[in-house]
Write a new protein. Sequence first.
Length: 580
Amino acid sequence: MKIKIITFFACILFLVSCQDMFDPENENLSTFDRVYTDPGFAEGLLVSAYARIPTNNLTFNDVATDDAVTNNKDDSYLRMATGEWSALYNPVNRWTDANTALIYLDQLINIIDSVDWKWTNKEISSLYEKRFYGEAYALKGVIQYHYLQSVAGYDDNGNLLGFPIYKDDRNFNIPRSTFEESVNEIYSNFNKALEYFTMDDYKNISSASELPAGYTNVSVDNYNEVFGLELNQRISGRIVKAYKARLALLAASPAFNPNNDATLWQNAANFAGQVLSNIGGVSGLDPNGHQFYDAARVDAINLAGGADSKEIIWRRSIATNNTREASNFPPSLFGQGRVNPTQNLVDAFPMANGFPIASSSSGYNAQDPYASRDPRLSKYILFNGGSMAGKTIYTGVGGGEDALDSISTSTRTGYYLKKLLREDVSLNPSAPSTKKHYEVHMRYTELFLIYAEAANEAWGPDGTGSFSYSARDIIGAIRQRAGISQPDNYLASITTKEQMRELIRNERRLELCFEGSRFWDLRRWKSDLTETAKGIRINGNTMTVINVENRQYDNSYMHYGPLPETELTKFDALIQNRGW
């Protein structure tokens, strides 16, 4: 009987256990409704959009241009530049990330008023609403700018198209809007953001008299909690205004302004000039801004912006690592030597007297090619006999593992990257070190160059519009900062818009090299994409320029990128750009 009783209860326990096994547990999975009760979850929609900004990380897409190559044979940009770029293989595709971010932002905009951002303080909750509206519309504009940059182009009928502008019903099978409609959509989002960002920057204030327009009736403490200094890496009014200049420059560029409408250039100059005037115009140029990545400047940054406040418009937060150096130091310093500047780029640096090396007035000596050059050359590019981290690097014959094509991680061009790297990083396995770094979304130097390019096209080399400075003034200040000897006789010799255009484009090439601009600049200018990447072979006193890598682009249509083939397959309303 005892055995039967024990067996009976054991069976009951077994059956109960089986029932528990087959009845699923409540997994406590979140649904979208959680955004209404959990402010942190709702803000996650915004954070997800921030995470999809294309400039969050350095891409070094320069290796797909005439400025650099890479020794990584599996690099996606190398594959693109050497013939694999297509609607099925597109390393610069921004379609998916852009649309995902825009969905998140639209979802946030739709629920901002319904979320109790801080139930213990209604005024703070209301301030959060305003800030999140500003951030959401601003980020929509930023994401759409990069989206437009990658997909804008002509269809087979000669129509200049942008991106599809989806409505709240999220019907994805709609045609692309025109380029002009897309530009206006971005402006609309930027302008909506500025309705909420009545201040240019996040900062702590000490009295009610400092409260910006639209916020004059709120508590100073509450204002500082929501719009205070600790938010200074979030998107702000100043950043939105700078992006409007970027957008205007894109719209005015030859690829998208076939009739060379001067009003589009004026728009770009005016947007840039308005922001520059707030820092004093030409006098606001950071005297060391072209070395924004230097160790002392990065280490000096604090919450308020510190030493980089005159150069950096928007950057990411500080991170401590040695990733850039591990990828790009030469092999004798335990690096991979990935990004190799080209002879093409080296030749673009003028002499210290400001004249291009091809000019009879330059004093260039082909047997001593790095002597008396623009000081930016030795700051940005490591050449034969140059110094890196206290070590002299030789890339010619006899230079060991650092020499041209010596090992798989050696340079393919005779040059190594120096810009953006911290020479106080050690990769030595016996004593490795990491240092502070940050990624830059936009610098003031770029904004000065935007103004110079647009002002020259709108008003000529010396025209100023409604401002007190010209394209010549800007370029002169940038070149003087770089170390070009004064007076700048080459700049003084420039008399026409065409000559100034060539100089401005070259200065942009030098100042922004390895920051991801060259790839897009060549396309918006409709410049030759097929220039062969060159290098130099050094054997004693013999220096031979060599062809390193052919660029397999087609100038007849590749100034405009492709839409993803998968999207065209899914949505028959979409039209591919011509040629793809």
